[in-house]
Design a protein around this ligand. Structure first.
Ligand SMILES: Cc1cc2nc3c(=O)[nH]c(=O)nc-3n(C[C@H](O)[C@H](O)[C@H](O)COP(=O)(O)OP(=O)(O)OC[C@H]3O[C@@H](n4cnc5c(N)ncnc54)[C@H](O)[C@@H]3O)c2cc1C
Length: 483
């Protein structure tokens, strides 16, 4: 039987789209280039059959708060989110370290003279948390009736996303603690877009936290896949789609792919104007990752850092501003920003005696083909003397190699498109409905559409709702809850 809908790509957005379409009663067929499903949600052994590594995403502040996942309810589907008591840490030189405790009061006490300023920044965001999350994770095409959350966000973006940012705190610990979160945008610092990300992720650190799924990120993909197959959805893996014509005939096609691949697989079918708009889409810097198998917990110079699963290794605010701005301009800095995840620090099931997984990636210029292994290892060693001696195995993946792994990460840009203010709103082209394409029944649903990167499922969900409305006249969003 022919499917009603085809989804190409099985990252969190493709899976969220398929869940939504399946819940609306459609028969869905999914096509995936790789042998396993999941996109950025894969967890696999690399060096040792008993130790699984997150190949891409590992930490999931958005997967517990996004409107899609709130309805889908991962917890009731057996996905246990473990919430470290320190959401993220930022070691500095001389054993100093910033620590973002889940508990805001503890964080403020730890920040000393900047504690009150941190509270004044974060508490109002926490008070408006759900409205703020819903605003940022919407399709960003309309303003909510209550403008308190957007107004709060914009005031903080202006205060922390401009050249005045260094004046907001008096200590280097507080300055670098916030800037490390802004660096998740992977682009020029300071900037309005990175400041928005710092507010969103920064306040969640003191709310629902920065959780990691017990057993790894693939548990999220597994839960989504179970829902899809329970409603008759069928997966076709190891199938790289190279032309839309090779797909079975279906009323709907949802593409969890970027503009570049779309231009290739739609071939001559796209109108020239839309193709030109897609060609204007810009990619940001790359991530160059190293997977480690280590023999013991990381020997941080400041042992409190080990309470966090997520660690920002970027040095001072000024060092991060310089490194990120150079990287965005295509220059590889001597000491790039490095983001490290140590899942076993919060999930003991990830470790076996003498063996633990750790991953860390550096921000490097788009397309950078250099092996990052030595550079990333040296960076960790700076803040954790003796780390190198604990490394049993390691494997580097350059920015350029990431594109070979997943064509959505063009030049190694794991954000699937530069996160400038303009591109975070107008992804991939400026359109009222950014998911709809000029081809009848064909929709884009990847992180190259609003609200952009991260595991929240919202691009897939919103694209599916748009498609259901236009192609099937279904205006009421289907129930996504576990039944
Ligand atoms: C190293 C790394 C670390 C990250 N860490 C985090 C994190 O900790 N937390 C977080 O929230 N996010 C993180 N991210 C980002 C997150 O993984 C992505 O934003 C998210 O996965 C994007 O989802 P997606 O569904 O749009 O696309 P993807 O997850 O990229 O999935 C796209 C899928 O489509 C498939 N595909 C592409 N082209 C074709 C084709 N032509 N035919 C068939 N299949 C195709 C790909 O193989 C892939 O499986 C990280 C990403 C990377 C790479």
């Amino acid at each position: 039987m022919e499917p009603d809908a085809v989804v190409v790509g099985t990252g969190p957005n493709g899976l969220a789209a398929a869940v939504t379409l399946g819940r609306a009663g459609l028969k869905v067929a999914l096509y995936e280039a790789r042998k396993t499903i999941g996109g950025g949600l894969r967890t696999e052994p690399i060096f040792d059959p008993e130790i699984e590594h997150d190949i891409c995403s590992a930490v999931h502040p958005m997967a517990v708060v996004s409107p899609f996942f709130r309805q889908f309810d991962l917890a009731s589907r057996g996905v246990k989110m473990l919430r470290p008591s320190v959401s993220y840490a930022h070691p500095l030189h001389n054993g100093l370290a910033g620590l973002a405790y889940r508990d805001l009061e503890t964080t403020c006490a730890h920040l000393g003279p900047d504690g009150e300023r941190w509270r004044r920044l974060m508490q109002p965001l926490l008070d408006h948390s759900q409205a703020l999350v819903d605003f940022v994770l919407s399709g960003q095409r309309s303003l909510p009736r209550n403008l308190s959350a957007p107004a709060l966000l914009v005031s903080r973006m202006l205060a922390h996303g401009t050249a005045l940012a260094p004046r907001r705190f008096s200590t280097e610990v507080a300055r670098s603690l916030l800037t490390g979160v802004a660096a998740h945008t992977v682009g020029k610092l300071p900037s309005l877009a990175s400041s928005a990300v710092a507010m969103l992720l920064g306040h969640l650190a003191h709310g629902s936290g920065w959780p990691i799924p017990e057993g790894g990120s693939a548990r999220i993909a597994d839960a989504l896949a179970r829902d899809i197959t329970a409603r008759g959805g069928a997966f076709h893996t190891d199938h790289l789609v190279t032309n839309l014509d090779e797909l079975p005939r279906a009323k709907l096609v949802l593409l969890d792919i970027g503009p570049e691949t779309f231009t290739q697989i739609a071939a001559e079918r796209l109108p020239a104007g839309y193709r030109r708009s897609l060609a204007r889409f810009r990619y940001g810097p790359a991530a160059a990752k190293v997977d480690f198998l280590v023999s013991e917990p990381i020997p941080w110079a400041n042992p409190a850092v080990g309470q966090a699963a997520t660690v920002h290794l970027g040095g001072t605010q000024d060092e991060m501003f310089r490194a990120e701005t150079a990287t965005a301009a295509g220059i590889r800095p001597e000491k790039p920003f490095v983001l490290l995840v140590d899942p076993a620090s919060s999930d003991p099931s990830r470790a076996k005696p003498g063996r633990r997984p750790v991953w860390a990636y550096a921000h490097v210029p788009n397309g950078d083909a250099a092996d990052p292994t030595a550079m990333v290892t040296a960076c960790i060693e700076r803040y954790a003397p003796g780390f190198t001696d604990t490394v049993v195995h390691r494997r580097g993946i350059s920015g350029a190699a990431y594109q070979a792994y997943n064509p959505n990460y063009v030049g190694g840009d794991i954000g699937a498109g530069a996160m400038t203010l303009w591109q975070s709103l107008m992804r991939p082209v400026p359109r009222v409905d950014p998911y709809r394409t000029p081809l009848t029944g064909v929709y884009l649903c990847s992180a190259s559409t609003p609200p952009g990167p991260s595991v929240h499922g919202m691009s897939g969900y919103l694209a599916a709702l748009s498609a259901l409305r236009r192609e099937f006249g279904i205006r009421t969003p289907p129930d996504l809850g576990p039944r």
